[in-house]
Design a protein around this ligand. Sequence first.
Ligand code: BJ8
Length: 432
Amino acid sequence: MNETIDYRPMWKALGLNLEAHDGLLAALGQAYRDIYLSQEDRPDGMGYFDFVISEIHGLRIQELVDARQEGRKVIGTFCLYVPEELVLAVDGICIGLCAGADIGTEEAEKVLPRNTCALIKSFFGFTLSGLCPYVSAADLVVGETTCDGKKKAYEIFDDYKPTFVIEVPHMKTAAGRALWRSELERLARKLEEVSGRQITAESLREGVRIVNAKRAALHRLNELRSANPAPISGRDALLINQIAFYDDPQRFTQQVNALCDELEQRVQQGQGVAGEQAPRLLVSGCPMAAPNWKLPFVIEKSGAVIVGEESCVGERGTRNLVTETDGDRESWLDRIADRYLDIDCACFTPNPERLDHIAAMAQRYRADGVVHYALQFCAPYTIEARHVERRLSERKIPLLRIETDYSMEDLPQLETRVQAFLEMLPRRAAAV
Ligand code: BJ8
């Protein structure tokens, strides 16, 4: 955090609990030093992302506050199905809200059942404890009917922050597509109402251009990770994917591309963050919202390197682009609807595309094994793990199933299980 600027007046004006917030920043700073800054031989380009994290409750919030003073609207989300393109089309700012830490659990459990997944408890915990400046700075939260937990939780969340819920169908049928398209129209109208701006073909084209460029930069980053040795750690790649939900999209795209230029040189020089014989793992499953870094830290501390994330904070969220051809407002909304309906969240049934994608990623990134990560009490991903296991066993790709939450209590057990999994992987030969 920039110590020359005093952000406390801003946090106070946003209604944060200053004392608890100081404690949160201190704990996060320590975790970041232990998990991130302790890594050796990080690419120089990570300096920008370290800076963003150091200012995640400071400068970025100041930017949002300033933007609101200029009349722009801040829209908070918790899910990939809320298209950033529509928010940009009303000159708004789309922000993924805090949901990745074991914070305010006691407060959250006053309004939610204990056996709710950690991600949902976390966004309640942050809000009810006065610790999320993003929720405070948001004009509107857009929720979605993905899993039952989130869908019902939004009904309560609306008591604390105006929450507009869009219906995500659960089957990719013609009727599901028609419902989804009409829901995007309803969202577009709501954004127009909140912002006082019209969504036009031109504003959608510009929104799509910006978001496609951001996703293309992340594709570039992902492809570079297929090299052996891997030029960047999984922790750092996850961090970049997490920051994609907070940062200004155009600035972020520029920085990811600059990092990729550096990584290309690393690949050419055979420079990596782990040896050529380090086990290469893919992580698949529930999203890891910032600052959820526990499992990647355990995996990489054990000597493996993560080479891909089949996750909403990863390739599930970024892999498809909206087709950029000219058209009217309706045709842009059609193409946006199609792109988002292609996302293969486990909330859909059946969901074979996800299984195909995991197998394809394992091959593309030359993974030796897959770690399936599910949050406790998350029915969609915990149940779908059975299909993932079966599909990967057909391809003889070893799988480790992990169910956990955000607490650190199971850390020793996770370390033991990850180490045992790494030991049973076939030894990796020297790189070709
Ligand atoms: S598109 S994965 S971000 S819904 S972990 S809250 S599913 S009980 S987060 Fe998700 Fe959108 Fe799907 Fe992605 Fe429910 Fe499971 Fe909790 Fe989850």
